[in-house]
Design a protein around this ligand. Structure first.
Ligand code: ADP
Ligand code: MG
Length: 267
């Protein structure tokens, strides 16, 4: 039995499909027939029909570019504010975080510092802020601080530092995760300072750390450099502190029926 052949589109339809493709309007191309039928049924006029199609195209385009920005940001894993249990971390300022999610700090080039012990949700919150920024059309990049310093040193060796700096200069939000886990070398600290100095008043920095300010010299080595970094990062910045227990540890404890886990190792 032969399969019924689909009706061949009439000439204007063929032309329309060609034009929509040429104009790069894939959603309109996919939806116009369905929307036309719907609008005919609802007695919607031509501008209403066109409006619906244009809205659908715009919405899909925005979704695609958000997805692209999220991919380019290279988050370790996707996180949302909805997925954050504030009851488990009552010290975190929920009102401030909700406001930061709206992204006003980005336009004002303000920074965000997330401070607290391991497992308190700093990376989670930094990622959630970054993903929200992607949704607002901002260019975001997530780095573990040690990873960034390694990349900067490698780029310098390969004479690619200017290119990397150029890429970083285009960011709206630079996320520096886990500042303070590993002390930087002298060169590493200098390159790190250079990134902070370049981002100052140009991009927003979202930095997470388990280190109180007094101990930053231990990471960056030199007191003068530490002062210069602190000065730039803390000038116009929002501080979010998580002083509660480690979420990982609490979960492990719960899994073990309330007993302390065998190896309660911080991250
Ligand atoms: P930190 O960066 O402070 O060490 P993370 O953000 O990596 O902590 O959190 C460790 C894990 O626990 C992650 O999977 C994170 O999503 C989860 N987590 C931490 N705090 C919370 C919380 N309050 N609600 C939900 N999940 C949390
Ligand atoms: Mg972390």
């Amino acid at each position: 039995m032969s399969r019924p052949t689909p009706p061949t589109p009439s000439k204007p339809q063929t032309l329309l499909q060609h034009h929509l493709r040429a104009l790069k309007l894939p959603t309109m191309l996919r939806e116009y027939e369905k929307t036309a039928t719907l609008c005919a049924k609802e007695n919607a006029d031509h501008p209403a029909f066109l409006l619906r199609l244009a809205e659908a195209e715009l919405l899909e385009r925005e979704q695609r570019s958000t997805q692209r920005r999220v991919k380019e940001a290279r988050f370790p894993s996707p996180k949302t504010l909805e997925g954050f249990d504030f009851a488990a971390q009552p010290s975190v300022n929920k009102a401030l975080l909700s406001e930061l999610m709206r992204g006003v700090y980005i336009a004002a080039r303000e920074n965000v510092l997330l401070m607290g012990s391991p497992g308190t949700g700093k990376t989670h919150l930094a990622t959630a802020l970054g993903m929200a920024a992607c949704g607002l059309g901002k260019r975001v990049r997530f780095f573990r601080t040690t990873e960034l310093i390694t990349q900067l040193m490698e780029a310098r060796d390969d004479r690619q530092l200017t290119r990397l700096r150029g890429q970083m200069a285009r960011l709206d939000v630079l996320i520096l995760d886990e500042f303070g886990y590993v002390p930087a070398s002298k060169l590493g600290a200098e390159l790190f300072f250079d990134v902070i100095a370049q981002a100052y008043e140009r991009s927003s920095i979202v930095l997470t750390t388990n280190m109180p300010f007094e101990r930053w010299t231990e990471i960056l080595g030199c007191e003068r450099l530490t002062g210069a970094v602190l000065d730039r990062i803390t000038h116009r910045c929002h501080i979010i502190e998580a002083s509660g227990p480690s979420y990982r540890l609490e979960q492990a404890r719960r899994r073990q029926g309330g007993r302390a886990p065998a190896r309660a190792k911080p991250s």
